[in-house]
Design a protein around this ligand. Structure first.
Ligand SMILES: NC(=O)c1ccc[n+]([C@@H]2O[C@H](COP(=O)([O-])OP(=O)(O)OC[C@H]3O[C@@H](n4cnc5c(N)ncnc54)[C@H](O)[C@@H]3O)[C@@H](O)[C@H]2O)c1
Length: 362
């Protein structure tokens, strides 16, 4: 078992990050160091059946053996699931000297994190992500939320985890499409850090082959880059965290317009390809670099083409945003690997870049 670990502090909260195969073992001591009382596990039945035993291997006294289950996927992120969790946590005896462990993908992490922020006015949360997206991105940074009928993530809080434990062996059961989709966030993050970008030259092939050592290395580097941005801008106020949204303006719109037929990472991959094109004309990125980066996105994620209706839908979504129409949009572009810039762009430019990306890589 080879684990790597680092800590960082943001807004007065220290977060420890542990990454490696078998990282879920020995949780008792880790939980005890954070809070001495009773801990409760939130997961989905599917994920618990796959990986719950790893958490209890070796005996975990402080963690209640009966998990609280949420529905699988986005259905976990509702007001009613959150209310039920809060009621159940208090009924089962959660106290302020205890805490919550979230075992699952980004959806479990988001709703469990919000439950931890609200229960008894806030108890510690430990994030144990099991998807590549959650492991390389969403588990760290303290954003928690549920969805409202009006849209995604509209009710939430910042509640930083005290510990992020990525047991990379849990990622081995991810279906190929979910794994490749998660790689989109990894590639995006590698563009934002010069050292990670250089490392991608040797990491790309083993990542494509799902070699555990490379996956662990990429997760650790991704979380390191995100931790540095979060430490400087914990509440996304100064714009430092905004760079992490590279490719996401179009990505989110495309994900919605496709009726979620495109996975988040696949939509982000198209957003990245468009952002790279626009980075050449508006961000000063060298064309050769843009080509090389785009080719890496395509090789690792191989995003399926969105339907014509979905692409038309993106245009409608961006145009429907009156504010965006008047003032244009603020897009994150890349000047060079490791250097993102915030540029005001017209909606039409974004759409043209997306059309270009779709035309260029099929
Ligand atoms: N808080 C943040 O900063 C942040 C950032 C990005 C995204 N998000 C949120 O994350 C969510 C998406 O997260 P996600 O992509 O992890 O999706 P998810 O949590 O819905 O998981 C996707 C699917 O993978 C399954 N799964 C999870 N782990 C598995 C494993 N090890 N093996 C096999 N199957 C497994 C799940 O059961 C689910 O069916 C969205 O709700 C998004 O809003 C949050």
């Amino acid at each position: 078992m080879r684990l790597s670990s680092f800590s960082f502090e943001a807004a007065g909260v220290k977060t420890q990050v542990v990454v490696g195969e078998g990282a879920l073992r020995g949780m008792d001591a880790r939980l005890g160091r954070i809070a001495p009382g009773r801990w409760f596990l939130i997961s989905s039945k599917k994920i618990f059946n796959l990986h719950g035993s790893k958490l209890f291997a070796g005996g975990v006294e402080s963690l209640d053996p009966k998990p609280l289950f949420v529905p699988d996927g986005e259905a976990a992120k509702t007001w009613s699931v959150l209310g039920r969790l809060l009621q159940e946590l208090v009924r089962r005896g959660l106290r302020r000297d205890g805490g919550i462990v979230a075992l699952g993908g980004g959806t479990v992490g988001d709703v469990a994190g919000l439950a931890a922020a609200l229960a008894l006015r806030g108890v510690p949360v430990v994030q144990a992500p099991t998807t590549l997206l959650a492991a390389s991105d969403s588990a760290l940074g303290g954003k928690t939320a549920v969805d409202l009928p009006l849209g995604k993530n509209l009710a939430g809080a910042f509640h930083a985890p005290r510990l992020v434990v990525v047991d990379t062996s849990t990622l081995e059961t991810l279906p190929p499409r979910a794994y490749r989709s998660g790689l989109a966030e990894v590639v995006k993050t590698s563009m934002l850090d010069a050292a990670f970008y250089r490392a991608m030259a040797r990491l790309e092939a083993p990542l494509a082959a799902r070699e555990p050592g490379a996956v662990a290395d990429a997760v650790r580097r991704s979380l390191g880059v995100k931790a540095r941005a979060v430490a400087r801008d914990p509440f996304e106020r100064t714009g430092e965290r905004a760079a992490l949204n590279l490719g996401h303006t179009l990505g989110h719109a495309l994900e919605t317009a496709s009726g979620h037929r495109l996975e988040h990472g696949e939509a982000v991959a198209w957003g990245l390809l468009a952002a790279l094109r626009l980075s050449v004309t508006r961000g000063g990125l060298a064309p050769g670099l843009a080509e090389a980066l785009a080719a890496c996105v395509v090789r690792l994620v191989s995003p399926p083409r969105p339907s014509t209706a979905a692409v038309r839908g993106v245009s409608a979504l961006l145009h429907a945003d009156k504010k965006a129409d008047r003032a244009g949009l603020r897009a994150i572009l890349l000047a060079r690997p490791g250097r993102a810039v915030l540029v005001r762009v017209e909606t039409a430019e974004l759409l043209e870049a997306l059309e270009g990306a779709l035309g260029g890589y099929n």
